[in-house]
Design a protein around this ligand. Structure first.
Ligand code: IVH
Length: 668
């Protein structure tokens, strides 16, 4: 009989199956959560109803005290490794000989070799009983509390006729994305970082408290059976895997059944090596198994590995080499990144002589010094990284952040509260030029509509756009001759530069991209100091008096204007005609837009920030989205969904011409 309680369980288990096994979610999160709550409420009210198959039972109560030792009734074997096609082929030659057949007559099943840890899970009468690690192959440890948290492990097998006993063997692993997320979080919180997804999976399974595993995305994919007491007679390995999938387990992707011929092996290996990068999990080779269970039984095993299956491993992605030096690269935002220079070493098919080190905290975490022997890892196209120190060098030399930028010689400072160090050269550091120009010209700041990121990159690479001041000396010919540009588009760029020249002091200050001087801070500074000379001459103490200006912003402002190169640059911009009105003493206008909410949308010819400042000066709020409460929408060219929404809601809309007719006099 299906009670409402059982119905809830079946429903949630089905959704979990769709989400975690089939990777095909069908239920919105909110609805899932609502039903799950219903289940928990029902169980709280009727504790005697709770069944072990309930999804509420995945995370048990208390941490365990110790790992119970469990003997395997069927030994857990490991695999012999091969590294070349010839070795793999001769492995099956031997098997064929022993079976008195031809190698080409064998049916071979290939599966990716998942890089995690082997686990065996027992089901009694279709219910999860316990899960055990491989251990030494004879005896493992009971890790049921953690394996139960894995949502792709069914708590109840999906069959009306479950076997008395079923032992499912497979690999527990952490997908690449989950590993990256876990390490990122660990780095931020100063927690333990893992070397690779396999260590992360193993470390998680070794936890006493199941809450840890429940919070990490582990997965399980079966690759065979252990003990089986049931009615079915399996003839083939591929049949076993299909049966397990039917019971509710995930399937190993990219499996293939083929007759073992030399050419087939060769093709399969190359295909898998290519597919490897795109797979969501790490694999470290391919496992080739005889598909016939009769042949498997006839062959048996030798020492600890079967004579009917073999792994062909990918070349190692790790290698050991020496750290020769550390250089510092300056990125687009001025951040200095340490780069390891290595004694060249051959790893997964290429010679590697550089590796990334991320930041100084990473160097400290690794306890790394120049001269050390280190392990590096290279996976596919990813930049090689330093994994760990394997031996300390004889004369170890500490790695220190340079005090001056290696590109422009400006002072290097630590970004407060972060692991990053940054060059303070700002506008005059060539390494940062393109990013600075993009920030300056962006819609939020100077709003130079036709000077987009791509064009900035190209002009910068051609050497005609090195600083923000160079924007104002651009000639039509600099642009017209570029690929994909012409006379007309060049003129459009120059026109939008000209149109952007009138701005607000606060907007201009924010456009300069001084660190920690954002839109609001710059607006406050402008409002209080009123004109540019006062800004240039403001002392640290004076700046600190301004609301919302903290010590970091104040110090960065002073440092910026103390640098003669920056002052010269700004003067060039002013000389080119960029202008703004001095700020008024008190809000000169009456706040006659008080209580109103405005929305700006589409392409406007004036800097958005200037319009925003004007509207705010008149007392209006400027919001990013249109609702019934919006008073008016200012719609520039190519306005899209916000304009449509305003029209739908009957909100007043002004185009730019109408806006200027009403407010133009207040802008200048
Ligand atoms: S079959 C008797 N199939 O590789 C055969 N193993 O190096 C038992 N592994 O302990 C293993 N993916 O943890 C098999 N598709 C796969 C596998 C696989 C990963 C692991 C497993 C095993 C180790 C042997």
């Amino acid at each position: 009989m299906n009670t409402p309680y059982q119905h809830l369980i079946t429903q949630i288990n089905q959704w979990d199956y769709e989400y975690y096994v089939l990777d095909n979610p069908t239920m919105p999160d909110a609805e899932y959560d609502r039903i799950f709550r219903q289940l928990l409420d029902m169980e709280a009210e009727h504790p005697d109803w709770v069944t072990p198959a309930s999804p509420s039972q995945r995370v048990g109560g208390k941490p365990i005290d110790e790992f119970r030792k469990v003997a395997h009734s069927v030994r857990m074997l490991s695999l012999a490794n091969t590294f070349t096609l010839e070795e793999t082929y001769s492995f099956f030659d031997k098997a064929a000989q022993e079976l008195d057949t031809e190698t080409d007559q064998l049916s071979v099943f290939s599966e990716p070799k998942l890089d995690g840890l082997a686990i065996t899970i027992q089901y009694r009468h279709g219910l999860f009983s316990h899960a055990v690690t491989r251990g030494d192959g004879q005896t493992g440890e009971d890790v049921s509390h953690n394996i139960k948290t894995i949502k792709s492990v069914p708590l109840q097998l999906n069959t009306v006729n479950p076997p008395e006993l079923l032992e499912v063997r497979g690999e527990v692993f952490m997908p690449k994305a989950a590993f990256a997320k876990l390490n990122e979080a660990a780095q931020q919180s100063g927690g333990k970082m893992f070397v690779n997804p396999r260590n992360a999976a193993a470390g998680t399974i070794r936890q006493m408290d199941p809450k840890v595993a429940a919070g990490r995305d582990l997965q399980f994919i079966p690759y065979g059976l252990g003990e089986y007491q049931g009615e079915r007679e399996f003839l083939r390995h591929s049949e076993v895997l299909a049966y397990l999938h039917g019971l509710g387990f995930k399937q190993n992707p990219h499996c293939q059944l083929f007759l073992g011929s030399f050419a087939a092996f060769a093709d399969n290996y190359g295909t898998m090596e290519q597919a490897r990068e795109q797979m969501p999990m790490e694999i470290d080779g391919i496992v080739y198994k005889l598909d016939s269970l009769a042949q498997q039984n006839a062959l048996g095993f030798i020492a600890r590995s079967p004579k009917w299956a073999v792994a062909r491993k990918f070349p190692a992605q790790q290698a050991v080499t020496q750290l020769l030096a550390v250089d510092f690269q300056v990125g687009r935002t001025g951040a200095l990144t340490p780069v390891a220079r290595l004694e060249p070493v051959f790893v997964s098919g290429v010679t590697v002589s550089n590796a990334t080190l991320h930041n100084m905290d990473e160097i400290e975490r690794l306890n790394l010094c120049i001269g050390d022997r280190i392990e590096i890892q290279r996976a596919g196209d990813v930049i090689p990284k330093v994994v760990r120190v394997v031996g300390q060098g004889e004369c170890r030399q500490a790695i220190t952040m340079p005090s001056q930028c290696p590109v422009c010689a400006a002072v290097v400072e630590r970004v407060s509260g972060q692991a990053a160090f940054r060059c303070t050269g700002g506008l005059s550091c060539p390494a940062q030029a393109a990013e600075r120009i993009r920030h300056y010209a962006s819609r939020k700041y100077m709003n130079i509509v036709n000077l987009g990121t791509k064009l900035i990159e190209v002009l910068h690479s051609k050497g005609v756009l090195n600083t923000i001041a160079d924007i104002y000396t651009l000639k039509a010919s600099d642009i017209a001759n570029l690929e994909g540009q012409g006379e007309k588009s060049a003129q459009n760029v120059l026109d939008s530069i000209a149109a952007s020249k009138t701005t607000q002091l606060g907007v201009f200050l924010a456009a300069l991209g001084i660190h920690e001087v954002g839109e609001e801070g710059a607006k406050n500074i402008a409002r209080h100091l009123k004109n540019y000379p006062a800004v240039v001459n403001a002392s640290y103490e004076q700046l600190l008096q301004i609301p919302d200006v903290g010590p970091v912003t104040a110090a960065n402002m002073v440092a910026f204007f103390a640098d003669a190169k920056n002052q010269t640059l700004v003067q060039r911009i002013i000389d080119a005609g960029v202008n703004w009105p001095d700020e008024a003493d008190e809000p000169k206008q009456e706040q006659y837009l008080a209580g109103q909410t405005w929305v700006l949308t589409g392409t406007l010819s004036m800097p958005r920030a200037a319009i925003k400042a004007l509207l705010e000066g008149l007392g209006a709020k400027v919001s990013g989205s249109v609702s019934k409460k919006t008073t008016c929408v200012l719609a520039g060219q190519d306005a899209g969904s916000k304009l449509a929404k305003a029209e739908e809601l009957g909100v007043k809309v002004l185009d730019e011409a109408a806006f200027l007719a009403e407010f133009g006099d207040k802008l200048a």
